[in-house]
Ligand binder design. Structure first.
Ligand SMILES: Cc1cc2nc3c(=O)[nH]c(=O)nc-3n(C[C@H](O)[C@H](O)[C@H](O)COP(=O)(O)OP(=O)(O)OC[C@H]3O[C@@H](n4cnc5c(N)ncnc54)[C@H](O)[C@@H]3O)c2cc1C
Length: 465
C-alpha cells in the first residue's frame, strides 16, 4: 500500500472493527472477480460492513482520500460490474443479509441487500406470497445485485424484471449521505423517478443498504411443458405463436438449442428428456385456479404438437419440474465445463426478430469458424449467445472476440434491439455502449453520474466508454 493508503488504513481501522477490514492478499482474491470469464483485479482492501452507518462512514472517508469504491453483492455478475478494475476498496454487502419484514397487508418485503434472492422467494412463499424475479443464478445472487443490474430471468415474460418490483430504497450517495426513496405507498409521482434511475445503475450512482420489493399472490398451480423440435426456427416460431394462437399467457418460455442440451447432459452426467431434439422449448403456465391451469396447458400442449413438436412432456409435479429447471439453470456451468473460456452476450431484440437474430448469429459463427450457441428467454427476446473458445490459442481467441462480438451486437441493434437485456454493461461492454445509445444520450447519462458522484469514485471504469 502507498503512503496515502497507509493513512487511509489507519482511519479505516479507527472507524471500523477489525473483522470488517480485509487486507490479506489471499483473502482479497475472493473480491477480485465475479463470474465474468477472464476478468480479475485485486482490490487494495475489502470492507465487509455490519451495518449501513459503517458504509456511510467508509464512503465519506473514500471521498476524502480519493479512493475508488466498488460495491459488491454476491459476485455472480457476468459483466465485471463488481470487479475492482481501478483498485481501491471493495464494499461487500454480504453481511447485510437479513429479511427485515414481510408485510403481508401492504405486500412489501423489506430486506437488506445481501439477502440471497432464492432465500427471499422461499420466505415469502411461506406467507403465500410471491417474489417473481427469477434469474437463473437465483440460489447465489443477492437482491442488492439484482437491483443494481435490474436482473431479469425466466419469469420476466409475465411478471417483468427486477425493475418492476423495486418500491423503496435506502441508498448511500457520495460523498456519504444516507437517503430513503420510495416506500410502502404504491403510487408516488413527487418529482423524478430516482428509484428508476438507480435500478440498473450497476453500482455507479449509490450503494443500496435496504430495499423494499413488491410481492404478488403466490400462484398455487403451475405446470411446465417440455417440447422437442427438429429445427431452431420451428421452436422459436412456435414460441412466438403461443399467446396469439392459444390465448394463454405463459409465465416463462425458454429456448435451448440441441448442442447445449448435449453439454448439459455431459455436465450433469444424467440423461435429459428429449435430449436428441435439435432444440427444446420449456413453457411454464401458472395460475390460481387448477382447472384453468389444466385447461391452459392442454391448449398449449396441443398447439406445440400442431406446430411440429415431435414430443411434448408435461411436468405437473414439483419433482419433475425441478429436474427440468435444474437442466435449464445448469446451462452456463455446462457450457463452461466444455470450454472454460467463453464470451457471453445477452442481447435483446423484439421477440418477433429472434429468428433473424439466431440465423444471423449462426452465420457469423460460420463465417468466423467459431462455435456459437444460443439459449434463453425467448418470450422476451433476450437471447444468451455464447461463443466458445474451445482450442483456440490466446491470439486467435483475442482476434475472434474482437471481430465476432461487435458483429453480434451490431446485428442485435440493427434488429431494433439492444446489446444487453439483463447482464448490464459493467466493464466488459463499455467499448460497445455507443452501439446501443447515441452520444447525446450517453452524455446526458454522464451528467447524471457527475451530479451524483462528482469525483467519479463510485465503481469507476464501469458503464461509460
Ligand atoms: C449461472 C448464472 C446465471 C445467471 N442468470 C441470470 C439471469 O437469468 N438473469 C439475469 O439478469 N442475470 C443472470 N446472471 C447474472 C447475475 O447473477 C446477475 O447480474 C445478478 O443480479 C448479480 O447479483 P450479485 O448479487 O451477484 O451482484 P454482483 O455480481 O456482486 O454485482 C453486480 C453489480 O451490482 C453492483 N452492486 C451489487 N450490490 C450492490 C448494492 N447493494 N448497491 C449498489 N450496487 C450494488 C455491483 O457493483 C455490480 O456492478 C447469471 C449469472 C450466473 C453466474
Amino acid at each position: 500500500m502507498g503512503e496515502l493508503s497507509k493513512r487511509f488504513l489507519q482511519d479505516i481501522n479507527r472507524i471500523l472493527p477489525s473483522d470488517c477490514v480485509i487486507t490479506e492478499r489471499d483473502i482479497l482474491t475472493k473480491y477480485s472477480h465475479d463470474e465474468t470469464p477472464e476478468l480479475k483485479a485485486i482490490p487494495d482492501m475489502a470492507i465487509v460492513p455490519d451495518n449501513s452507518d459503517q458504509i456511510e462512514s467508509v464512503v465519506r472517508l473514500c471521498y476524502e482520500y480519493d479512493v475508488p469504491i466498488t460495491p459488491r453483492g454476491a459476485g455472480t455478475g457476468v459483466a465485471g460490474g463488481a470487479v475492482p478494475i481501478n483498485g481501491g476498496v471493495v464494499i461487500s454487502l454480504e453481511r447485510l443479509n437479513k429479511i427485515i419484514d414481510i408485510d403481508t397487508r401492504n405486500l412489501i418485503a423489506t430486506v437488506q441487500p445481501g439477502v440471497i434472492t432464492g432465500i427471499l422467494q422461499h420466505a415469502v412463499a411461506e406467507e403465500n406470497l410471491y417474489y417473481p424475479p427469477d434469474p437463473a443464478s437465483v440460489d447465489s445472487c443477492s437482491i442488492g445485485g439484482n437491483v443494481a443490474t435490474a436482473a431479469g430471468g425466466m419469469r420476466a415474460f409475465k411478471y417483468g424484471t427486477t425493475k418492476k418490483s423495486v418500491q423503496g430504497l435506502e441508498v448511500i450517495f457520495p460523498p456519504g449521505k444516507k437517503v430513503n426513496l420510495g416506500g410502502k405507498m404504491i403510487k408516488d409521482v413527487a418529482g423524478y423517478d430516482l428509484i428508476g434511475i438507480l435500478t440498473g445503475s450497476e453500482g455507479t450512482l449509490g450503494i443500496f443498504t435496504q430495499i423494499m420489493v413488491r410481492l404478488v399472490q403466490l400462484p398455487t398451480f403451475s405446470v411446465d411443458l417440455l417440447a422437442g423440435f427438429d429445427s431452431i426456427d420451428k421452436a422459436i416460431q412456435t414460441a412466438l405463436s403461443i399467446v396469439p394462437d392459444t390465448g394463454v399467457y405463459p409465465c416463462a418460455m425458454e429456448f435451448m438449442e440441441g448442442d447445449i442440451i448435449q453439454m448439459v447432459e455431459t455436465f450433469l452426467d444424467k440423461k435429459i428428456p428429449l435430449s436428441s431434439a435439435n432444440s427444446q422449448l420449456i413453457v411454464s403456465i401458472d395460475g390460481m385456479d387448477e382447472k384453468m391451469v389444466e385447461n391452459s396447458y392442454f391448449r398449449v400442449g396441443e398447439h406445440l404438437l400442431n406446430c411440429g413438436a415431435h414430443d411434448v412432456l408435461v411436468a405437473s409435479n414439483r419433482f419433475n419440474s425441478e429436474l427440468l429447471w435444474k437442466a435449464r439453470r445448469s446451462i452456463r456451468e455446462a457450457i463452461r465445463h466444455r470450454s472454460p473460456d467463453i464470451a457471453a452476450e445477452d442481447v435483446a431484440v423484439p421477440p418477433t426478430r429472434t429468428p433473424e437474430l439466431i440465423r444471423g448469429v449462426k452465420k457469423i459463427g460460420d463465417e468466423h469458424n467459431v462455435e456459437i450457441v444460443g439459449f434463453g428467454h425467448i418470450g422476451d427476446g433476450n437471447i444468451h449467445i455464447d461463443m466458445l473458445r474451445n482450442r483456440l490459442s490466446d491470439s486467435q481467441w483475442e482476434q475472434k472476440k474482437n471481430k465476432v462480438i461487435p458483429e453480434i451486437l451490431r446485428l442485435a441493434v440493427q434488429l431494433e434491439g439492444t446489446i444487453t437485456g439483463e447482464h448490464g454493461i459493467g466493464c466488459i461492454k463499455r467499448k460497445y455502449f455507443h452501439l446501443a445509445k447515441n452520444n447525446f444520450v450517453i452524455e446526458r447519462m454522464r451528467k447524471i453520474k457527475q451530479a451524483l458522484d462528482s469525483k467519479g469514485l463510485l465503481n469507476p471504469g464501469k458503464v461509460f466508454p
